[in-house]
Design a protein around this ligand. Structure first.
Ligand code: GLU
Length: 410
């Protein structure tokens, strides 16, 4: 099953629960428009390579299309389509005025030079330029892209359309980005953790946390969790993981990474594999990297009490079922990682009226939106005996259904 079909399984559950008519299910399940382009690029060695690029617009009934651009070898049409639909349900769940979209370039950014990435990004932007717009579709960073990529996108778009900072979010602050956007996804995850520990009367120092993935999302989760007093017993990146029973000192780990370009060999830690990290005994497991890492082959071995999906779709539906049967609490991606797109919304708003918010405003508004979405989900979990994922999809889908009907599509 591809990721797009997996996400649609969750949609189907919500559609059934809401007793939606078939025609409406058809409208909401399929993307509105899909654009696939060729991106020819002159490489540093003078050869020419052609990459596949995508921008898939899933749904815009609640506002302009919104979603990141992923640079990854697996970013094909199916994956981008699935991620686009997740954006629709995510923006609806946290109740911000956007729809859902996703972009991708099928490439391995780690093997490309900065000049090559700049050329790819400009070509990609020009290829989708007619398809996006400040009130139409607003890209942002995702796996393999960052604020620099957004600066190139904004510049390439501006060369055709004039100065348009609101065309992308996740820009550098110097070019109109919002303060707090880089840490937003990780901070949003920790806003939920804060809510959970308050509800369950838990203390951070007694909680062992495992963070899988140490890119933008994972590294901020680890930093903020460390500052809040949690015991981070393991972290990992693509090359493998490190474990310390006593807890890792995250500021020192960050220093070590900047000096050694790797987490491996961090003093006082043991090396562990990317498989082992997901199976560690802990209170909180936070997958923060790529899709489908917890699947049928390892779900039975997961020993965490709670999982927060900071990545998009880290758990397959089969594994989700296994984890639910084991009684694990899983907070789904469309809730957990919404902090990124929420602060993107704040950035877009700031760009529209050209006034910048201070950091305290960004952080407090983010926390408010995250906690209110959590409460909406929790209320439905309790009143209708659903899992958190089921409840999150029911809320997201129901909001899009309402907008669809009001617009008079059906
Ligand atoms: N790529 C992030 C996500 O998957 C952020 C998207 C955005 O800010 O538009 O939610």
């Amino acid at each position: 099953m591809n990721t797009s079909d997996s996400v649609n399984q969750y949609f189907d559950f919500a559609a059934e629960h809401l007793d939606l008519e078939d025609g409406l299910r058809d409208i909401l399940k399929r993307p509105w428009r899909e654009l696939q382009i060729a991106i020819p690029v002159r490489m540093d060695d003078h050869s020419v390579k052609v990459f596949n690029g995508y921008r898939i617009q899933h749904n815009a009934t609640r506002g302009p299309y919104k979603g990141g651009v992923r640079y990854h070898p697996d970013a094909d049409q199916y994956e981008v389509r699935a991620l686009a639909s997740l954006m629709t349900w995510k923006t609806a769940l946290v109740n911000i005025p956007f729809g859902g979209a996703k972009g991708g370039v099928q490439c391995d950014p780690t093997s490309l030079s900065s000049d090559e990435l700049n050329r790819i990004t400009r070509r990609y932007t020009l290829g989708i330029e007619h398809f996006i717009g400040v009130n139409r579709d607003i890209p942002a960073p995702d796996l393999g892209t960052n604020s620099q990529t957004m600066a190139w996108m904004m510049d390439a778009y501006g060369q055709v359309n004039g100065y348009t900072p609101g065309i992308v979010t996740g820009k550098p602050v110097e070019l109109g980005g919002s303060v707090g956007r880089d840490s937003a996804t990780g901070r949003g995850v920790m806003n939920l953790v804060e809510q959970l520990i308050e509800e369950k009367n838990l203390s951070p120092s007694n909680m062992r946390v495992v963070v899988q993935g140490f890119g933008n999302v994972g590294s901020w989760v680890a930093r903020i969790a460390y500052d809040m007093g949690f015991k981070i017993i393991a972290i990992s990146d693509v090359s493998g993981g490190i474990y310390s029973k006593l807890g890792l000192n995250i500021p020192n780990v960050l220093k070590y990474i900047s000096e050694n370009k790797s987490i491996k060999g961090f003093p006082g830690s043991e090396n562990i594999s990317n498989q082992e990290i997901l199976e560690l005994d802990c209170e909180l497991l936070i997958p923060s990297a790529i899709n489908n890492v917890i699947n049928e082959s390892n779900a039975n071995n997961v020993k965490a009490n709670m999982i927060l999906e900071a990545a998009n779709h880290p758990i397959t539906p089969e594994a989700d079922q296994i984890l639910n049967n084991k009684g694990l609490l899983v907070l789904p991606d469309i809730l957990c990682n919404a902090g990124g797109v929420i602060v993107s919304y704040f950035e877009w708003t700031q760009n529209l009226y050209q006034r910048h918010w201070p950091e305290e405003t960004v952080f407090s508004e983010l926390s408010e939106v995250m906690k209110s979405a959590y409460k909406d989900v929790k209320n439905l979990v309790d009143s209708e005996n659903l899992t958190f994922r089921q409840a999150a999809f029911v809320i997201g889908v129901e909001r899009v259904v309402k907008a669809t009907k009001l617009r008079g599509y059906v």
